[in-house]
Design a protein around this ligand. Structure first.
Ligand code: NAD
Ligand code: UGA
Length: 434
């Protein structure tokens, strides 16, 4: 099939590359000309495991191309997937301006029967709104509108796309369903679940899934804080809980709180969408409240041992919101480093992939010193703070790390180190909930 993808960010690029890998002819379209120029050269514009190899292969075999022009990318498409950003707007409302701009830009170029599929995360009712918009601006066009929420997680995105737990399509015509079945046929034939619903259910499923996962995280973080009060170990508690198959061990890793471009914005958008209907999401609001003050756990641990942070030097290991990505959107590092600077602490930061992105995204980036390695960042530090669970931090030479520092405190915000080993290396160890 001829597939056009609008937006070549984390979702659009992975979707485009993977559909090409599945045998379709894919054109990826983005308004960012610089990105398109780089992608045409096979340069992967994001850090995502295994993406660059697939990108280069599919450009070479002619199944994948890139453009910034709607007029060439849209008319030939059987399916158009919209994968543009839907960031948090005022009061947490999803900002759909990029989405509607994409719909408007492609409407006039639709040619023959086309299915316009929204893959961006957008509140329940968006498919209906897109249909209304198209009726208004391009009533003569022959197209269906569908929802196909994306569930990939960064760092494992290719795997999530090619080996999905499920593919969800929200459609209201048999023709749109059969076009989407054809697009996903290689996955359906391998037995991956393909669930067809009405558009509203598909749209809500995405928000309900992200909110449920975020709720699990806030729940275990709340348990972690209580563990510290009563001398329990959250790692043991979570593992034991997770052995109950109804609960499951995943998404029970206590931490400094969840970050990333989606959980935060999506839970806020669900609460806002509820309010539009006069409905209150009490549990979702509670999980947001827990996560919002999560940074205080780190600050309290530092102050407990160092007292006032003014003039203290803190080595921060990890800026990405999680390992395996260079993405720092809504990362806890942004909040925590902001607090540290506000407390007049000196920050020496490092990350194997995300430093450049952090410098672009963090308003006070020039107040931070950056280093290539953990050992360099730790030079002269009063405390070392682990914010991202990169493997290289699990394997740190703790004796060397300790001797690089002037202080002895290590705050392990991801519970990736062993308390005994850390203490044997001379550290005062603070984990989360243990
Ligand atoms: P992103 O910011 O990385 O990428 C969006 C891309 O769209 C950018 O390259 C931008 O230039 C382009 N764009 C914006 N307006 C355009 C237009 N009118 N025409 C063409 N291109 C345009 O965003 P992302 O992380 O890929 O997220 C996209 C959507 O997918 C969001 O709704 C997000 O919630 C959802 N989502 C993201 C993830 C994830 O892991 N990042 C996972 C599942 C779902
Ligand atoms: C998340 C979901 O997992 C995807 O299914 C979804 O498609 C995506 O959001 C989205 O809608 O954008 P992602 O944000 O890439 O994916 O990353 P996750 O691996 O889910 O991690 C989110 C945050 O939770 C990270 O900060 C991570 O460190 C934290 N986390 C995760 C924990 O603190 N503990 C855990 O056990 C798991």
């Amino acid at each position: 099939m001829n597939i056009t993808i609008i937006g070549t960010g984390y979702v659009g690029l992975v979707t485009g590359v993977c559909f090409a890998e599945l045998g379709h002819a894919v054109t990826c379209l983005d308004i960012n000309q610089e990105k398109i120029d780089a992608l045409k050269e096979g340069e992967c514009v994001i850090f995502e495991e295994n993406l660059e190899g697939l990108l280069k292969n599919n450009i070479a075999n002619g199944r994948l191309s890139f453009t910034a022009e709607y007029e060439s990318a849209i008319p030939k498409a059987d399916l158009v997937f919209i994968c543009v950003q839907t960031p948090s707007g005022e009061y947490g409302k999803a900002n759909l301006s990029y989405l509607y701009a994409a719909v408007r830009a492609c409407a006039q170029h639709l040619n023959g029967y086309t299915v316009l599929i929204n893959k961006s995360t957008a509140p329940v009712g968006t498919v209906t709104a897109i249909k209304e918009l198209l009726r208004e601006i391009a009533p003569e066009k022959n197209c269906d509108v569908a929802s196909n929420p994306e569930f990939l997680a960064e760092g494992v995105a290719i795997n999530d796309f090619l080996e999905p737990d499920r593919v969800i399509v929200g459609v209201d015509t048999p023709r749109a369903e059969s076009a989407l079945r054809e697009a996903y046929a290689p996955l359906i034939s391998k037995g991956y679940p393909f669930l067809v619903t009405i558009p509203q259910s598909a749209e809500l499923m995405k928000y309900a899934s992200n909110s449920f996962l975020a709720m699990k995280l806030s729940f275990i973080n709340e348990i972690a804080d209580f563990c510290e009060l009563v001398g329990a170990d959250v790692e043991e508690v979570a593992y034991g809980m997770g052995l109950d198959k109804r609960i499951g061990t995943r998404y029970l890793k206590a931490s400094i709180g969840f970050g990333g471009s989606c959980f935060g914005k999506d839970v806020r958008a669900l609460v806002h969408r509820g309010e539009e209907e006069g409905y209150e999401f009490k549990m979702v609001k509670a999980l947001i409240a827990v996560n919002t003050v999560r940074y205080l756990v780190v600050m309290n641990k530092l102050e407990k041992h160092l007292g006032r942070l003014k003039g203290k030097t803190i080595a921060v290991l990890g800026l990405a919101y999680k390992a395996g990505t260079d993405d720092v959107r809504d990362a806890q590092s942004l909040r925590i480093i902001f607090e540290l600077l506000d407390h007049c602490a000196r920050v020496r930061a490092t990350d194997p992939e995300a430093t450049e992105q952090f410098k672009k995204d963090f308003a006070r980036a020039d107040e931070v010193a950056y280093f290539d390695t953990a050992l360099e960042a730790a030079q002269g530090a009063d405390a070392t703070l682990i914010l991202t669970e990169w493997d290289e931090y699990r394997q740190l030479d703790l004796v060397k790390l300790k001797s690089a520092m002037t202080g002895a405190l290590i705050v392990d915000g991801r519970n990736i180190l062993n308390r005994k080993t850390s203490e044997a290396a001379g550290f005062t160890y603070e984990g989360i909930g243990r």
